[in-house]
Ligand binder design. Structure first.
Ligand SMILES: Nc1nc2c(c(=O)[nH]1)N[C@@H](CN(C=O)c1ccc(C(=O)N[C@@H](CCC(=O)O)C(=O)O)cc1)CN2
Length: 292
């Protein structure tokens, strides 16, 4: 059984980016610049944004973190995005999700200029992805593809079962795995809350991507021996015995599934770290398009 270690794979991607940025700096170019907007102070979002800012510094990107109150109006948030759209020094913009209920995520996503849409959530980016055109790929599915590539996991002709149909992970993941490229060419089944016979479908999967947000949902008896298990789940579950008062759980019951699987991503230390690597790659692409 192979552990698909996100720390190793993400470090490798980030090191390549670091070298590329260092070369650009040596040529006298400015650094790529990512702007992140964080609304409110949700603990998990704080951690993820902090990890993004830290990764920018490691690679040699500039970053700007814009913090807005939980009570900020939708209009004020949209104006903040417009200002960043118009700022020639900013290459990529992301708004950390989820947002407070009074703000429309869709409006926010559509306000980010497609050229700076490093999260790949804008309908322009999604449409291009579906048509197989070059675009920003949402960071988590992109990170998973980078992980498959890093560990040279063969996908051609395999049956991939994607559990979850979110715009951020499940849907784009199904598109990428079914597309005609080196780590695609799978036959994909996408499952959701209304799927009948989920266990039987999972048992047919050579690859399972679990992205439904339910801790330890995928059990050993749902997994075909030797399958590749990609766990996207990252839920904080209260645990008074843990140092931080919570434990991070994936959507896969790791200990039991690891006894059946051929390869598996850990949580933490798996897909979450690759999400950041994917975002960093998108930011460099946005920057290169803008300076050329
Ligand atoms: N604007 C966006 N919002 C959200 C996205 C996204 O891609 N863009 N995805 C998720 C959260 N996410 C990215 O922001 C994310 C998740 C996890 C991690 C990460 O570093 N995970 C670590 C553990 C961190 C911890 O201690 O909690 C790991 O898995 O080892 C980074 C980013 C929703 N929102």
């Amino acid at each position: 059984m192979q552990v698909l270690d996100g720390k190793i794979a993400s470090q490798s991607v980030k090191e390549q980016l670091r070298q590329e940025v260092s070369q650009l700096m040596a040529e006298g170019k400015r650094a790529p610049h990512l702007a992140a907007i964080l609304v409110g102070s949700n603990g998990a979002s704080e951690t993820y944004v902090a990890n993004k800012v830290k990764s920018c510094a490691e690679i040699g990107f500039e970053s700007t973190l814009v913090r807005l109150e939980e009570t900020v109006s939708e209009e004020a948030l949209l104006n903040t995005i417009q200002n960043l759209n118009n700022d020639a020094g900013i290459d990529g913009i992301l708004v950390q999700l989820p947002l407070p209920k009074h703000i429309s995520e869709q409006k926010v996503i559509e306000t980010i200029h497609p050229d700076k849409d490093v999260d790949g959530f804008h309908p322009n980016s999604v449409g291009k992805l579906v048509q197989g055109l070059e675009t920003f790929v949402p960071a988590t599915p992109y990170g998973i593809m980078l992980m498959l590539e890093h560990f040279n996991i063969s996908t051609k002709g395999k049956h991939a079962v994607v559990i979850g149909r979110s715009n951020i992970v499940g849907r784009p993941m199904s598109v990428l795995l079914s597309s005609n490229h080196a780590y695609g060419n799978c036959t994909v089944t996408i499952c959701h809350s209304h799927t009948a016979n989920l266990k039987e479908i999972c048992l047919q999967g050579d690859i399972i991507v679990a992205a439904l947000g339910r801790p330890e949902f995928v059990k050993a008896d749902m997994v075909k021996p030797g399958a590749v298990i990609i766990d996207v789940g990252i839920t904080r579950v209260n645990d008074a015995t843990a140092k931080k008062g919570y434990r991070i759980k994936g959507d896969v019951a790791y200990n039991e599934v690891a006894t059946v699987a051929g390869a598996i991503t850990p949580v933490p230390g798996g897909v979450g770290l690759m999400t950041i690597a994917g975002l960093m790659k998108n930011t460099l692409v946005a920057y290169k398009r803008r300076i050329s």
